[in-house]
Ligand binder design. Sequence first.
Ligand code: 5CA
Ligand code: ZN
Length: 461
Amino acid sequence: MLMEADIMDYRYPVKGCGVWLPYGFKLRKLVLDVMRELLDSTGHQEVLFPTLIPEDMLAKEAEHIRGFEGECFWVTHGGLKPLGVKLALRPTSETAFGPMFKLWIHSHADLPMKLYQVVNMFRYETKATRPLIRMREVLTFKEAHTCHATAEEAEQNVKEAIDIYKRFFDALGVPYLISRRPEWDKFAGAVYTIAFDTIMPDGRVMQIGTVHNLGQNFARAFEITYERPDGTHEYVWQTCYGISGRVVAAVMAVHGDDHGLVLPPRVAPIQVVVVPIPFKGAEEPVCKASKEVGRTLEEAGLRVKVDDRPDITPGEKFYYWERHGVPVRVEIGPRDVEKGQVTLVRRDTLERTEVPVAEAVGAVRALLEDITRALKERAWSWMLERVRAVADTGEAREILEERGGVVELPWCGDDDCGRQMEEEVDARVLGTPEDVEPKPAGPCPICGREAKTVLRLARTY
Ligand code: 5CA
Ligand code: ZN
């Protein structure tokens, strides 16, 4: 779908690297616009850091370096000369922000400090790489890094970040489960990790974003302190949260169908395509009417394309724009011109309606709104049908084998039991629900003790 819809060309001759194509780049920009709007309106400021991180900086936080040293691309030479200190291509930027936060933060008046950047990052992924989903150079990575005066404020910011991500994914109509990752699968250096996951059409689960509470781990390592009103000094409390181009893969996968992409109107590079259907002898009026309708829609603030390519049949144009996920197609033929109407076709259901030309703008707007709502509803109900509460690991395993999705098993809270479940179910733990009240369907299936919560498991990307 990526290539057919001109999103990304993955044939670049380095494993795990791909090229955003013009159409994909526009989609990427519109998705990032949604994110920027949300962050900017909640007190975040955009910055831009260097790509290179010296090894001794990356190593300052012990857990962090343990998690990432095997995943880094290392710059070892400057020209022919070996470098005194190796430089990592950022795998994420806590340790890049660390020394700068130390310089920038002096007193409580400097807090909170909420920064973000949209950059590329590099991870030497050893699992099978996949376009957009598991890249080695992640060309699109939005990472936010924040500092706070108290643990409570950091905790509050985690909640705000979760809310921002909810609104972000809602705008894209991408459904999600929010889970607190288990101890053994949290971000390297974090106190805890909250993850957003979605279920892909093949039944496997993909992580589409994470929010981490870093506590004072990095503040201690980088000596990021501030002066309290009473003159004493204290380490700051930090959080960070990130999403990547994976989000675009999720949008494509959850809404797409056999004809190709189905894009949510908010981020569709072209929201309406006008296709003239000329008839021998009636080319002139049809083309003129198409241009006029196109102009009117554009003036109404919509992203419009009039496809007047002379050497392609209308049928071919239909397929072409369906493949590219354009939400609404406006067809104009001689009969439409005669009757002073246009024919609208919505991409999600391919339903057709005819409306008077004078009402085209309002009708298209209403259709876009309806498509937005319908895509979201369909995707959510599809996903929720695939989240199942089960009592034992055998049944859980069967369900995941047969139709994938997510299973929720009762859990006593003991890490050993959780890891044992992973073995018995042959799946990965996503964590405990942060979005709904957990309702265990019985005792912990491993130890038989009372379940304190449920553990979500799935086959993952
Ligand atoms: N510093 C934190 C928050 S910014 C961090 O790096 N978290 S992360 O490791 O969980 O990455 C954030 C998100 O980036 C993940 O949830 C995932 O959706 C995406 N991501 C991670 N690795 C890759 C990769 N190799 N290719 C594409 N996307 C990735
Ligand atoms: Zn147990």
